[in-house]
Design a binder for this molecule. Structure first.
Ligand SMILES: [Zn+2]
Ligand SMILES: [Zn+2]
Length: 96
């Protein structure tokens, strides 16, 4: 996990926000309607915006995705992703 995001993802504010958003989408991926797994920030979080709740805790800027759609989302934007890597529920790269 990126260091600047660590505290944020552990925070009660984020957990509450994420859970409420998950329920509001009926737990389904917004792109393919598989069971959703990851609440993705459509505005990618950075050290500059992560403490701004109008960005990091704004339902309008969240998207509930399944693991596959989430991976595709990041595949588009991340420059290099090696085979055997995936994302965890926070959008961070993990080794499979
Ligand atoms: Zn999906
Ligand atoms: Zn993401």
């Amino acid at each position: 996990m990126k260091l600047f995001a660590k505290q944020f993802y552990k925070s009660k504010a984020w957990r509450n926000c994420r859970d409420a958003y998950f329920i509001s989408q009926h737990g389904l991926c917004e792109r393919c309607h598989s069971p959703g797994k990851v609440v993705h920030h459509t505005v990618y979080l950075s050290p500059d915006n992560i403490h701004d709740p109008t960005i990091s805790l704004n339902h309008d800027l969240l998207e509930l995705l399944c693991a596959t759609c989430h991976q595709h989302e990041h595949f588009k934007k991340e420059e290099v992703i090696r085979e055997g890597l995936s994302f965890d529920e926070n959008g961070d790269l993990i080794q499979l």
